[in-house]
Design a protein around this ligand. Structure first.
Ligand code: GP9
Ligand code: MN
Length: 709
């Protein structure tokens, strides 16, 4: 016993001497650095188990990033490493508030949880190229799809995370056997150490936060780009954030239900249970529907020419030969693409907090795919990116799509930017549609494009310079080239749109060749604007080739591009196109200039296709009474043919010579507020599931009565 004790104190002394040596090293290490190292050394030698706990959990986090996302840059990235360190140290520090026995158990439990997080995410990533969400696990919807296949796909790497906790256990047993803990670590609680260790975790956390930019912060708030968050914040912060995000909607749904239901009933009490008939009612009934969700496609490119060449000839052709809504506005919030998909298919607005696709995917919605399914359609969504992106895999099913075709069902033979090119995507999708067409009576297909997404890095060779005919010194006419939009983000956007347009043109040709356009309506919408800085539009509309700058404000040709112009410029094209230019007497080739929101798409198309959703918040564009409409934005801003109202600033800008009726602004503000409130309540409190239940109860009751009679 005595011998053992002296051996232990020898070890301790040797360690202390080693760090003393560093302190007095002839290399003239500055005293303060040597001091720090000595302290760290002492800390480690008397807290070996805690340090190993931190090290092993951090290593597991690094391994997960490397084995899933991959790349040496991920292996060496310092940001997630800092985040992992901070979170593991901070959580681990609480152990010092406990007596020794419990603190070891606590660290083991934390390690076990960390290991489970790594294993589950590793397996999930192998399947879905994304990271797991607690909220998805809770409903376990994806389990059906995984099924037995899970055992075929598991690899050694998925279990490698278990090795370190086993090592930790092994080391613990060894240290206990050698009475290391008796000699070095007190049995009692050490609150001082707990606080200083927590502080250390906190400082590391602060250093980490100081390295983040606004995109990083924005993305953690939204939590939809899971890979990005894991790569930046590490898997532990991701998972904690995911838990918070998953609980948030559940908590907000606990309060205020009765009030929400009262307002909901009040809002819909006078709304008809049937669609108003007009000359477009049922004109498209029975036709296949192909919806093109055109990534970042803005309306100003329709008909736009540069140097005599159309930027988007195919989109322009579609607009000019179909029903073209030329003042159409997406109503997206944080959920961008997914918000458009949601509003287009349900007529509801995006949620006030979080995103519907990620936070409220488990609510009941009345949606176009489900309604068309009732009419015998096969509903499918297609996208070249991973199906878990924006939680589409789950949410599209909830909206009623029979099938969600994502990246794994495409041959990724050509990539640009975010992934599979639109050209390849369309080429392969036509074959899939051909197959679907041969198997089903009619189909509703949503094709979500990808290439025209920021950073718009597609060089199509489309010329965005300015050509000016001038006279040279000899008086001869020459064409000079000026940079104009070349080298700017808007210039890149125009080239990228040109690519997306070419891809769409090829798609239409292939559809025609396969005979798929004959009984099909093609619906095109731009999902949101490209979020380009105002300065590019200022240059675009006011370029002065003589100075390669911008025209002066006094110049007669100067076009003011202020914040209102910027808002109005966010419009995207919306087109309903069929080969026939007249169906049942209805004109299928016209332009509608009345302002329209994404939430008007469902009522308008629904009337044409023969279905009605009382709970869609927009209007059927062909049933508008006063030839005016209101587009409410998630910010509370709204737009009519007469005015753009900015709710943030409490300011408005009239459009053209419009004269506003008395109370026009007040009434529309009230309307916008009510609409946003009721839409959010439907989502948060799941009010449409109640409606269905009520309908069902009513049916059940009538059945009982009928049965009794
Ligand atoms: C991702 C794509 C882009 O698959 O749809 O989404 P966004 O960034 O536009 O919301
Ligand atoms: Mn998008």
């Amino acid at each position: 016993m005595k011998k053992l004790k002296s051996k232990e104190s020898n070890i301790k002394n040797r360690t202390i001497n080693f760090f003393k040596d560093i302190y007095h090293h002839p290399m003239h290490i500055s005293t303060s650095i040597a001091d720090i190292i000595r302290h760290i050394g002492l800390y480690i030698s008397t807290n070996i188990f805690f340090c190993l706990f931190v090290l092993f959990n951090v290593v597991n986090g690094v391994m997960l990033r490397y084995f899933s996302v991959g790349g040496t840059n991920n292996l060496l990235a310092y940001q997630p490493l800092l985040a992992d360190l901070a979170i593991v140290i901070a959580l681990g520090s609480l152990g010092y508030f406990m007596r020794h026995k419990f603190r070891v158990l606590y660290w083991f439990i934390l390690t076990l949880i960390g290991t489970i997080i790594c294993v589950v995410n590793s397996v999930y990533y192998t399947f879905y190229s994304s990271f797991v969400s607690v909220s998805l696990l809770l409903v376990a919807r994806y389990a059906d799809d995984v099924g037995d296949a899970i055992f075929d796909i598991l690899r050694f790497k998925d279990f490698s995370y278990i090795l370190l906790p086993i090592c930790l256990l092994f080391i613990y047993l060894k240290l206990s056997k050698k009475k290391y803990f008796d000699a070095n670590e007190p049995k009692y609680k050490e609150p001082k150490k707990a606080v200083s260790t927590l502080l250390c975790g906190g400082i590391l956390g602060l250093i980490f936060v100081s390295t983040l930019n606004s995109t990083d912060l924005g993305r953690i708030a939204k939590q939809w780009n899971r890979e990005y968050i894991v790569v930046k914040y590490g898997v532990y912060v991701y998972q904690i954030n995911d838990i918070v995000k998953s609980i948030e909607p559940k908590i907000s749904a606990l309060f205020g239900y009765d009030e929400a239901l009262r307002k909901f009933n009040e809002y819909f009490v006078n709304k008809s249970d049937e669609a108003a008939k007009n000359r477009y009612t049922n004109v498209l009934e029975g036709k296949n529907v192909v919806v093109i969700h055109a990534e970042s496609l803005q309306d100003f490119v329709i008909g736009l020419e540069l140097n005599g060449e159309l930027v988007a000839p195919n989109f322009t052709k579609l607009a000019k030969s179909g029903i073209y809504f030329s003042n159409f506005y997406p109503q997206v919030s944080m959920g961008t693409s997914s918000d458009s998909e949601f509003t287009f298919n349900t007529g509801l607005m995006p949620s006030e907090s979080g995103t519907v696709f990620v936070s409220y995917f488990d609510r009941h919605y009345v949606a176009t795919p489900a309604l068309l399914k009732e009419k015998g359609y096969y509903a499918v969504s297609m996208h070249g990116n991973v199906a878990s992106f924006w939680n589409r895999m789950t949410m599209h099913k909830n909206l009623g799509y029979d099938e969600v075709i994502g990246k794994s069902q495409y041959d990724i033979d050509e990539t640009i930017g975010l992934g599979l090119t639109d050209k390849s995507f369309f080429r392969q999708s036509v074959q899939k549609l051909k197959d679907i067409n041969s198997k089903h009576d009619k189909f509703y297909a949503t094709l979500i494009t990808l290439t025209n997404h920021t950073p718009f890095d597609v060089d199509t060779g489309f010329d965005v310079t300015m050509k000016v005919e001038e006279e040279d010194e000899t008086g001869k006419k020459v064409v000079n080239t000026y940079p104009y939009m070349e080298g700017t983000k808007l210039g890149r956007y125009l080239k990228s749109v040109h690519y997306a347009d070419e891809a769409f043109g090829e798609f239409m040709e292939q559809m025609e060749q396969e005979g798929l356009l004959d009984n099909t309506v093609v619906v095109l919408y731009g999902d949101h604007d490209a979020r380009l800085d105002k300065k590019y539009y200022e240059r675009f509309y006011n370029y002065d080739y003589k100075t390669d700058g911008i025209l002066s404000k006094d110049d007669p040709n100067y076009v003011e591009f202020d914040s209102y112009a910027e808002e109005l410029n966010r419009s995207t094209p919306f087109v309903i196109w069929t080969k026939d230019k007249k169906i049942k007497g209805a004109n299928m080739n016209r332009e509608i200039k009345t302002v329209m929101g994404m939430y008007d798409a469902m009522p308008t198309l629904g009337n044409m296709l023969g279905f009605y959703n009382k709970y869609a918040l927009g209007n059927d564009m062909f049933s508008l009474k006063e030839n005016d409409n209101i587009v409410v934005f998630p910010t509370g801003n709204w737009l009519t043919n007469k005015v753009y109202y900015n709710a943030q600033k409490g300011e408005s800008r009239t459009i053209g010579e419009s004269i506003l009726p008395e109370d026009y602004i007040t009434k529309n503000c009230e309307y916008a507020e009510k609409l946003l409130g009721v839409s959010n309540s439907i989502i948060v409190y799941n009010l449409l599931s109640n409606i269905n239940k009520k309908d069902k109860d009513a049916i059940d009751e009538s059945e009982i009565i009928e049965g009794a009679s």
